[in-house]
Design a protein around this ligand. Sequence first.
Ligand code: HEC
Ligand code: HEC
Length: 386
Amino acid sequence: MRSFVHTIAGVLAGGALLGLLAVPDAPAPAHVDEARATERADEGRALFMHSWTRADPRSVAGNGLGPYFNATSCVGCHSRGGAGGGGSRDHNVNIVGGFVAHRQSWPGVGVPLGAPAGFGGLGIGGLTTATLRFVRGRAPLVRGARNAPALFGAGLIDAIPDETIIAEAQARDPRWPDIRGRVGRDATGAVARFGWKGDVARLSTFVAQAAANELGLTNPGQAETVPASAERSPDLDLDQADLDALVAFVARLPRPVEEPPSALVERGAQVFEAVGCTACHRPRLGAVRGLYSDLLLHDLGAQLVDGAGGYYGAPLKDEQAPLWRTPPLWGLRDSAPYLHDGRATTVDDAVRAHAGEAEPVRGLYEALPPVEREALLSFLDTLQAP
Ligand code: HEC
Ligand code: HEC
């Protein structure tokens, strides 16, 4: 349980203070705790919405936005169905490879200078390549793209215990012996819950990386991605209290909802089960109902492979190339476009792109009588943003 001291220290000065305070753990009344948590999440909301500028006065001691950045606010990319939602294809993060050099103009787009091939780069829409010059005359090479997912219910996903995810990987659906979910791991081996590649363990880590990589905000969790030659300030843009607030806001985003089922929708949910979608898109994981994911990695075939690696192009082993984390389908109606790079405009397109382990299931889906397929899609259409 969170103590009063912990909450105050977290808000005022970050975790560093905690070690100095030898105060007995006297829990505050629940309503006080709740009021403080709400206040902190409100501060986080303001940070999530804040449109950052260079030399932003909101920066604790650093340079504000950038120097390398992909947008000026979190909500700039996470907005569909409300603040915290997914992003359109225009807000995809493009991952580029090759050796990148600097042009003078940076209309809001950054790529790390001199980055070795395969480094995760960035950029929104078409802007990136316009501002890149590749040394040694190589053409810009976009290795892949990542679509911004919705963050609704992220706190519930963060709270799913490791054991639940590991147990899920051991349980097999006897109807589909070839479907084999693997536990995603981060670089330290911790069980991952987040990222299209299932390579980030905790929400707080993702938020710290997003602040640094998307907005160029140095924070206690991660420094902004910038080569020494372009560094303007190594100091913090966000302190621990800011980061905690941002995490609290994202963690408290309400979970997606389901429309009450009609007869057609109930039929659709049965078809979803019957053709085998639930072998990966589990209706319930641990205590979390309505997730429609096992949070495990699956091989969905060569047609979805790209050369981009993990979050921001973090290098992955070759055998990880065809593996993607089953995305939760909650909120689906409001999170188009679909798949890791947003290539699918409709849910039907997304399903038809499944192969690999999902090949037989896709086959059954395609063979459904049109009314049954419509029922299935109607069911998925009831899953919406809060
Ligand atoms: C330029 C667009 C962009 C901006 C700005 C942005 N994000 Fe994201 N966000 C993405 C993309 C793309 C992904 C998917 C990355 C991946 O999985 O490889 C993502 C993923 C996430 C995830 C993981 C969700 C999941 O279920 O895996 C979190 C959490 C997140 N962002 C939080 C934030 C926060 C907080 C901010 C502001 C500090 C922010 N993002 C700013 C594009 C953006
Ligand atoms: C073998 C596991 C597996 C099975 C079976 C499976 N899926 Fe998926 N599904 C995935 C994975 C993994 C992805 C992400 C692929 C990517 O982004 O490249 C995905 C993505 C999706 C998406 C896009 C979600 C988004 O947020 O972008 C939809 C919609 C979807 N699946 C629906 C279905 C339906 C309907 C069925 C049954 C006909 C089904 N899936 C069967 C693993 C599976």
